[in-house]
Design a protein around this ligand. Structure first.
Ligand SMILES: Cc1cc2nc3c(=O)[nH]c(=O)nc-3n(C[C@H](O)[C@H](O)[C@H](O)COP(=O)(O)OP(=O)(O)OC[C@H]3O[C@@H](n4cnc5c(N)ncnc54)[C@H](O)[C@@H]3O)c2cc1C
Length: 375
């Protein structure tokens, strides 16, 4: 590949010299951060570098749920995480979606306020109705809605599913078009004068009080500041509590008479599905091979794809032949805490990483927070 020292005067001065801020990663967080900083510092030269020819982590590969908390996940979290931290996370996801919709017009990303169902299987332990009452009481402080959660007693009859006992409906969650979101953010960034270059990898950096020397796969550049938004890949560059977590997805061929306009979670959020243009998108199954899925390899595996197909055939579309059109995987960044890491790590270097499975909800707000850390 052509190295920076082989580039023309024009190329070097336009893209690689006099950089006020270099951002690693063109996912939701990298793009939102660049936009938020550029609004604060319109004269800054901001360069985003992305190692893939498309963003190649999670932001173009996710399920597009605009979600903030399903009852079975909250129930599990409350067993191990202090109550105030669980509700802080809920709040940051809920308000994070508001920040996203201030940044991007919801109608341009096909936002659908369809609500979401948390499905409980016949053999799963049920949630006490008192717990739903508790969730409604606590969530009302944040959502301002008297009943964010409703009990749905007949999910099988309502949707033609099989093997479910009950479901909990979150009235406020919804869905978006993941591809359109990243395209909107990209266009906004370019419109503001931010440069985005693909196929460039950051390999290491050396920070001092006066700036940062950054080693790319095409040579060295200098920038006044560096923000690392490489999420599941961050351990390559920083020593923080974040590891990769792969998540696999499939999408069916179009299914006739598909009567499903909502988003669905199952097994404490480990499985999730929705309809897109008469197809079903189904993802998850990471819990059956946590060790194997702790990887940055964007591959799919037979046993997880088989588990997804089984759920499709036995629960979602029983008694009907289903064909699969797409399979893929994406890489999330997770750690011991469910909260993101948003901070300055050394002179002139900042991180916005560990978005977990919630980057759609919190990514734009993380970008906003990073812009507030920078002066
Ligand atoms: C299958 C799946 C389903 C999901 N579903 C949902 C959902 O429904 N709702 C929700 O809220 N969240 C969901 N998520 C999570 C969400 O997609 C992520 O939290 C979010 O996209 C993270 O955004 P990001 O910008 O931090 O990271 P990323 O989108 O991963 O962006 C980081 C970028 O950095 C680049 N990069 C990495 N290292 C380097 C380097 N050294 N040099 C240059 N570039 C580099 C990567 O190529 C990548 O494009 C899902 C994730 C997956 C995988």
């Amino acid at each position: 590949m052509l190295q920076i020292d082989q580039l023309s005067y024009w190329e070097r001065t336009t893209y690689f010299e006099g950089i006020d801020l270099l951002i690693v990663g063109a996912g939701i967080v990298g793009l939102s951060t660049a936009i938020a900083v550029k609004k604060k510092k319109p004269n800054w030269k901001i360069l985003i570098i992305e190692r893939g020819y498309l963003p190649s982590g999670a932001s173009t590969k996710n399920a597009g749920f605009a979600c903030f908390g399903s009852p079975s996940e909250l129930f599990e979290d409350l067993k191990t995480i202090p109550e105030n931290e669980v509700w802080d996370t809920f709040q940051s996801r809920f308000t994070g979606l508001k920040t996203l919709f201030e940044l991007v017009d919801p109608s341009k990303i096909d936002y659908n306020a369809c609500g979401s169902y948390d499905l409980i299987r016949k053999n799963d332990k049920d949630i006490d109705p008192d717990f739903i009452a508790y969730l409604n009481k606590e969530s009302q402080k944040i959502t301002k809605k008297e009943k964010t959660y409703l009990i749905e007693n007949e999910p099988n009859r309502k949707f033609g599913f099989k093997g479910l006992k009950t479901a909990y409906f979150n009235q406020i969650e919804g869905s978006i078009n993941t591809g359109k979101l990243i395209e909107q953010l990209h266009q906004k960034a370019v419109h503001l004068g931010i440069s985005i270059l693909f196929g460039i990898e950051c390999q290491k950096y050396d920070a001092t009080e006066s700036g940062v020397s950054i080693t790319l796969n095409i040579g060295e550049v200098k920038a006044d500041r560096l923000i690392i938004c490489s999420n599941g890949f961050a351990s390559q560059l920083v020593d923080e509590d974040v590891i990769p977590a792969r998540a696999q997805v499939l999408v069916t061929k179009p299914i006739s008479n598909l009567a499903m306009n909502s988003t669905f979670h199952m097994d404490k959020g480990y499985y999730y599905f929705r309809s897109i243009n008469n197809r079903i998108l189904l993802g998850g199954g990471r819990n059956i091979d946590i060790k194997g899925e702790t990887t940055t390899d964007l591959a799919t595996t037979e046993h997880i794809q088989t588990a997804l197909r089984t759920i499709l055939e036995e629960i979602i579309i029983p008694n009907q032949p289903i064909e699969i059109d797409y399979n893929w995987s994406g890489i999330m960044g997770v750690g011991k805490s469910k909260q993101p890491i948003v901070k300055k790590i050394t002179d002139n270097v900042y991180v916005g990483i560990r978005m977990g499975g919630m980057g759609v909800a919190i990514g734009a707000a993380v970008g906003q927070q990073l812009s507030e850390l920078i002066d």
